[in-house]
Write a protein that binds this ligand. Structure first.
Ligand code: LMR
Length: 412
């Protein structure tokens, strides 16, 4: 019988979303789950995605529901890899050599990529510890705990300045992390804080990883969505990848949920980067990844990855996708500014510059648990207990209401 099972933790993000949907109050505002919403507070199938869907519908390809290979769609994987690592389609010899360092497989979006990577490393690399930032996306903890790898945390957020705790992070990694430990890093738009290292700070983190032989594991969930530029948002990953003497082994979990608006379609990829010393290593890694994937779910899903493949492989669609990224990232920046302006206008106690300085989907507002709970119960405004607010839930219509509510709970 299962009656003595331990109670399982509830996922805060999805539980909160459920509560929001069930709330019948007309004033309700969802700043919880990280999903893009339009100015009308609606989900948005990207215009580039729509074009591809219409094309797929017209083509009526009888093979559209066939199985993919276990590793996934190879063309999709090449395009996903090139987007992440910045390879051009007409590759030079040195680029081809770089590509051969990488073993890529298709995954069940970002969670699946993190999972497959964690499962592979747990089995074949056997790290003693995984270092996760405090705070981090809660699912990182779950994913690594389920693999039985001991989790350690490095400081990430300086609450007094609402900025990246660079000294805390590097001091901890320098003095406590040991060779062979995995260090989980957010490629850009850190979730939940919206605070990223500067390029100089990334260089120092890379130097520590390289010198101490720590194993970097990047989670890239917001490439192009954060700054509007896929190249800019991949800067840290590419910097680590291009380091020489010696080149580093590393992993990248790549999600297409946010940057293609394909949340429920679960499009993603996992890349394991070898050090390049042995050209037969990457194919062997991929074979082992396939073994895990086959045993767990056979292969990644087809629909979302076909859309991503079509867009990334066509220059006109790709340009349209770039416009979509600009639309999403600039609306979020506008809403950051609008919230900030309202709080300043209301003279809400405290400093709110961090709302405009943070990047990506979220703002780590600095609101306390008590204030967050009051926002929910009295104002029907939903955000995570940590104070993380998903900025895309703000619109021109509700931002004054939200600012007024924040002002009210902050003044108590
Ligand atoms: C979030 O952090 O809200 C999103 O990434 C959704 C998720 O899967 O948790």
């Amino acid at each position: 019988s299962f009656s003595n099972l331990p109670d399982a933790p509830v996922d805060e993000i999805f539980a909160l979303n459920h509560a929001y949907v069930a709330d019948t109050d007309a004033r309700k505002v969802n700043l919880g789950i990280g999903v893009y919403r339009t100015e009308e507070d609606q989900p948005w199938p990207l215009s580039s995605v729509r074009l591809v869907e219409e094309e797929m519908y017209r083509q009526d390809d009888p093979a559209r529901h066939e199985y993919l290979a276990i590793e996934g769609d190879l063309t999709f994987l090449d395009l996903a890899r090139d987007l992440m690592f910045g390879f051009s389609s007409a590759s030079s010899d040195s680029e081809n050599k770089s590509k051969q360092r990488i073993a890529s497989v298709q995954t069940v979006s970002g969670t699946g990529a993190n999972h497959v990577g964690a499962a592979f490393l747990a089995q074949h690399f056997k790290p003693k510890h995984v270092w996760v930032s405090t705070p981090s996306w809660a699912n990182h903890q779950t994913i690594w705990d389920l693999q039985g790898i001991e989790r350690k945390s490095y400081p990430y957020f300086d609450a007094s300045t609402c900025s990246f705790d660079f000294n805390g992070a590097i001091t901890t990694l320098e003095s406590e992390a040991a060779e062979g430990d995995v260090v989980l890093l957010h490629a850009c738009a850190h979730n939940p804080t919206g605070v990223d290292p500067t390029k100089e700070q990334w260089k120092k983190i890379a130097e520590i990883c390289q010198r101490k032989r720590l194993f970097p594991f990047f989670d890239s969930a917001y490439q192009g969505f954060a700054s509007g530029s896929a190249d800019e948002d991949a800067w840290a990953v590419r910097y680590f990848f291009n380091l020489t003497s010696p080149p580093m082994e590393m992993c990248v979990a790549q999600s297409f949920s946010k940057n293609f608006g394909l949340y429920g379609q679960r499009a993603g990829a996992f890349h394991l980067v070898t050090n390049g010393a042995n050209p037969s290593e990457a194919p062997l890694v991929r074979k082992n990844l396939c073994h895990i994937i086959r045993g767990e779910y056979s292969m990644g899903p087809r629909y979302g990855s076909s859309i991503v493949k079509r867009i990334l492989g066509d220059s006109a669609l790709r340009a349209q996708w770039q416009d979509d990224l600009t639309i999403m990232s600039s609306r979020i920046k506008r809403m950051r500014q609008a919230l900030y302006d309202e709080l300043v206008r209301l003279k809400t106690p405290g400093s709110w510059e961090h709302v405009i300085n943070q990047i990506g989907m979220f703002s780590y507002t600095g609101l306390t648990v008590k204030q967050v709970l009051e926002l929910k119960s009295e104002f029907h405004i939903y955000l995570l207990k940590s104070g993380r607010a998903s900025i895309s839930g703000l619109t021109e219509k509700n931002v004054a209401y939200v600012a007024q509510a924040i002002d009210t709970v902050v003044r108590r």
